[in-house]
Design a protein around this ligand. Structure first.
Ligand code: GDP
Length: 449
């Protein structure tokens, strides 16, 4: 995509805020190289490091450092880019940006460098998002996955399905012009086979993207259970702190509490919910309402019940956990059992939040659930966002409907569903996307990126 209108030149500090050994100011745009030359008072060879003094415009020196020139289109943004490396003092770096602005640049908005790279066809949208995800990655597995998205692993798979859908649509549309003949005589079998293959690809892609999203966002996990089962204690035990207030008066936890913990590189968002019991006062009912809302968007529910009466606990939560896709039962307080705990079954773990008994096994189960059985950092694993998963789901729905229409020989409707599926995929890579969506995505980036 190249929508390059004549643009202005932008400048920003590209390195993290605060003091550091080296700090980088980045310039991009038609005047980037001229401004950089003016700032260091010499000519610049492309992609060569020059040791220079950055002048302050008043005959003095701001700092000395390295300057690099990347004439477009062989640059990150596709425009002329200059990088000024100075000592990593915020004062010096801000002064360099001020000086660049005095020479005709303007301060970059958050994400504007990546946005320009996108507009100049250097990165597609999923790749540009991967830049942000790579920078924000909290462990090597997430970083590797983001790196693969940045390399286009995800985009290529999306593009391949989109191209297949486009071919099918062309085929179906061609058949529309021969309304007298049945689709079967016009290669209907081939279209159906193609559609089935696209559906299978899409399903696999969706599963992989969902895993990529969890890698990026963490597994949204909610702790639920009847009052006093030990939910807050479990949260504390997992988080390793006294985050939640633990008391033995039923109904103490009235609000939902958020805690994010890391377990071997996976992020779990724990929400300790108000005890799910009927009745109670207004605050308690509000807590329950929130608990239900949390459950609606949970990937996983940890259902804590007292190991001494699992059945009663299960009965108390049965209706609220009905919609959660995955559940893990926690039989808590096993230290209070008269004998050793009964084998809890494959969907349950027996623990004592108080003594720590069984917690290593719980950790292992959580890791397993979060990784969904995928090998640690498996080849081809890529990062994805909720936005991508949503678009893939919509594409899947349209392809399914296209299939139905085709079975009823409703070719126009089938072609339209294929177009919508194709458009949904295009949103992921930005090949089809509304400007306001682009604005939103890039505005969540940080400045200088
Ligand atoms: P919640 O209402 O489900 O959040 O329950 P709490 O975490 O506040 O715990 C209720 C009571 O049970 C507190 O007195 C805890 O100390 C106690 N408790 C929690 N877990 C255990 C456990 O594993 N063993 C024992 N003996 N007591 C526990």
């Amino acid at each position: 995509m190249n929508t390059a209108a004549p643009r202005d030149t932008i400048a920003a500090i590209a390195t993290a805020p605060g003091a550091g050994g080296v700090g980088i100011v980045r310039l991009s745009g038609p005047r980037a190289l001229a401004i950089a030359r003016a700032m260091c008072g010499r000519g610049l060879q492309p992609r060569r490091a020059h040791h220079v003094r950055f002048d302050d415009g008043q005959g003095g020196t701001l700092d000395d450092g390295i300057v690099l020139a990347f004439p477009g289109p062989a640059s990150f943004t596709g425009e002329d880019v200059a990088e000024l490396q100075a000592h990593g003092s915020p004062v010096v770096l801000h002064a360099l940006v001020d000086r660049a602005c005095a020479l005709g640049a303007r301060r970059a908005r958050p994400g504007e460098f990546s946005e320009r790279a996108f507009h100049n066809g250097k990165l597609d949208l999923a790749q540009a998002e991967a830049v942000a995800d790579l920078i924000a990655a909290s462990d090597t597995r997430a970083a590797r996955a983001a790196r693969r998205s940045l390399d286009g692993v995800f985009s290529r798979r999306v593009d391949a399905v989109a191209a297949a859908l486009l071919r099918l649509r062309v085929h179906v549309e061609a058949a529309i012009d021969f309304a007298d003949e049945s689709i079967e005589t016009l290669g209907g079998g081939e279209v159906r086979a193609g559609l089935a293959a696209a559906q299978a690809d899409l399903r696999q892609l969706l599963a992989d993207a969902e895993r990529g999203r969890k890698l990026r966002d963490g597994l949204h996990t909610v702790i639920v259970g009847p009052p006093n089962a030990g939910k807050s204690s479990l949260l504390n035990a997992l988080a390793g702190s006294d985050r939640a207030i633990v008391t033995d008066v039923a109904g103490t936890t009235r609000d939902t509490l958020h805690e994010t913990i890391r377990l071997d590189g996976l992020e779990l968002h724990l929400v300790d919910t108000a005890g799910l019991r009927e009745g109670g006062d207004a605050i308690e009912r509000e807590g329950m309402r929130r608990a239900r809302a949390e459950l609606q968007r949970a990937d996983l529910a940890l259902i804590v019940v007292d190991a001494r009466d699992v059945q009663a606990g299960a009965a108390a939560v049965a209706d609220v956990i009905a919609d959660v896709p995955r559940r893990l039962w926690i039989h808590n307080k096993i230290d209070l059992l008269p004998g050793p705990p009964a084998e809890p079954g494959t969907d349950a773990v027996a623990v004592s939040a108080a003594t720590g008994l069984g917690l290593p096994a719980l950790h292992a189960r959580l890791r397993e659930l979060a990784g969904q059985g995928a090998g640690e950092g498996s080849e081809g694993e890529f990062s994805a966002r909720a936005r991508h998963v949503d678009a893939l789901r919509r594409a899947e729905g349209h392809v399914e409907r296209a299939n139905g229409e085709l079975n009823h020989e409703m070719l126009e409707l089938a072609a339209e569903e294929l177009r919508l599926a194709h458009d949904a995929l295009g949103e992921i890579t930005g090949k089809i996307s509304a400007d306001e969506m682009l604005g939103y995505i890039f505005s969540t980036f940080c400045i200088g990126k």
